[in-house]
Ligand binder design. Structure first.
Ligand code: SF4
Length: 104
């Protein structure tokens, strides 16, 4: 019977240690991601063809948010897509309240 208590105590202690390690790791390895990124990805054609010179649509979305890529570099995209992204970015500033300049 004593063995069961020892195993239970060890399981609880091990769970607490693992929880602490995971908590520390999530703080130490936190990577900021612009909350607008997924919305921009969803507005792109999602062909992941790389014709824009980026590694897929996520890369293009990151490039748009960092004001590096022109929207016209997405070859499968049409004017409707470009207008939708432009309109979105004109109404959604970053966390500092600054608006991303859209390159057409
Ligand atoms: S060209 Fe357009 S569809 Fe192709 S990867 Fe770039 S953003 Fe995505």
């Amino acid at each position: 019977m004593e063995g069961i208590y020892i195993v239970l105590i060890l399981a609880v202690v091990l769970s607490i240690v693992i929880a602490l390690i995971l908590s520390f790791a999530s703080e130490a390895f936190y990577v900021y991601e612009d909350p607008r990124l997924q919305d921009i990805i969803n507005l792109l054609p999602l062909a992941n063809c790389g014709q824009c010179g980026n590694p897929g649509c996520k890369g293009m979305a990151e490039s748009i948010l960092s004001e590096e890529s022109k929207l016209t570099s997405c070859k499968p995209g049409n004017q409707e897509m470009r207008d939708a992204i432009k309109e979105y970015l004109e109404s959604h500033p970053n966390e500092d309240g600054e608006f991303t300049k859209v390159k057409m």
